[in-house]
Design a protein around this ligand. Structure first.
Ligand SMILES: Cc1ncc(COP(=O)(O)O)c(C=O)c1O
Length: 313
């Protein structure tokens, strides 16, 4: 019987000439991307400024909902930004490091850009505790859990470690963090599209990643999931007109934050990147249980998620 995954090969033209094993860096381009770019230039060229109301303004929430499928995030809970580092900055801008609860705990196997960002928050009062690893591969979970205490404000961690593919024990980390009153910010860049994965089941407070690797969406679109009950209470200081309740009113004075996920955005969205992200997301894997993500040999096979693909939502 032919492997059912083979039917996806024509979606990725480069596979006819290459064995493509580098999606951890940049996923192969889906064939729909050329059309998506053409639609973008066509709309701009023929509709001019009307493109905003006819398509572009709603695109970030539409793509956010498409990204929400593999995350199992509720509709309206995923913002589209430009990169993961920016997403981390938006979350940090919601936090106050001036009180006694000002500790940021993560491991030295996090993605470096994320660590550079949190290191820089020391100047805002953050006390950063970076938990060392022993072998360059595994996170020492017990050591990490010990570091998370009642002075911890946030735990920004990677789900799948980019250096070693080690999968962190997110349940244990969320459990400890929540018991002591800390937030968990999960970087699922290398997990989304490769692992059975569900932000609601994991009960993370924030989750971020990008589409250019395992979601085949190209550079320029990252996502920020915020737990819906938490989102309403947060006021990012890294904000701008698109995060305002009345963005086109151009009001002056104190910000009235948007009640929608646009609350976590700042300004003009990156429309070409959002368009390019859509064809890959239309071959979107749905979250599946660990049990159904097994190959016939009984070993986990991440790609077995793909036959459950839908054409987006
Ligand atoms: C785990 C992880 N986080 C973040 C990034 C990239 O961050 P950014 O979107 O800020 O470039 C990568 C890219 O390789 C990654 O593997």
């Amino acid at each position: 019987m032919p492997d059912e995954l083979l039917r996806y090969r024509p979606e990725f033209p480069i596979l006819s000439s290459t064995t493509y094993l580098i999606s951890n860096s940049l996923g192969a381009m889906p064939r729909g991307v050329e059309d998506a770019l053409h639609q973008y230039t066509e709309l701009w060229n023929t509709r001019g400024v009307r493109a905003w109301e006819e398509e572009w303004w709603m695109l970030a929430s539409e793509v956010g909902d498409q990204i929400g499928v593999p995350l199992n995030a509720p509709r309206g809970s995923v913002a589209c930004l430009q990169n993961v580092t920016t997403c981390q900055a938006i979350v940090a801008s919601c936090l106050d490091f001036s009180g006694p609860r000002n500790k940021v705990v993560y491991t030295d196997l996090n993605f470096p850009s994320v660590m550079y960002f949190w290191e820089a928050q020391r100047s805002r009062g953050a006390r950063v505790e970076m938990v060392p690893n022993d072998d360059g591969i595994h996170v020492n979970t017990a050591r990490l859990l010990d570091a998370i205490d009642d002075k911890t404000l946030i735990v920004p961690i990677s789900h799948v470690i980019f250096r070693s593919a080690f999968i962190q024990d997110i349940e244990a980390i969320v459990d400890k963090a929540h018991r002591v009153g800390a937030y968990v910010l999960l970087d699922s860049f290398q997990a989304t599209g490769t692992l059975p994965f569900d932000v609601q089941k994991l009960n993370v407070d924030f989750c971020t990643g990008g589409v250019l690797k395992w979601l085949y969406g190209g550079p320029g679109t990252a996502y920020l999931y915020v737990r819906p009950d938490l989102a309403k209470k947060l006021e990012p200081t890294f904000t701008g007109w698109s995060g305002h309740e009345n963005p086109f009113g151009f009001e002056i004075g104190a910000t009235r934050y948007s009640p929608t996920i646009y609350r976590f955005t700042q300004g003009t969205p990156n429309i070409p990147a959002l368009k390019v992200a859509q064809p890959g997301l239309k071959i979107t894997p749905k979250p599946v249980s660990r049990r159904s993500a097994k190959s016939r040999s009984g070993r986990p096979r991440c790609s077995s998620r793909w036959p459950t693909a839908t054409a987006g939502r």
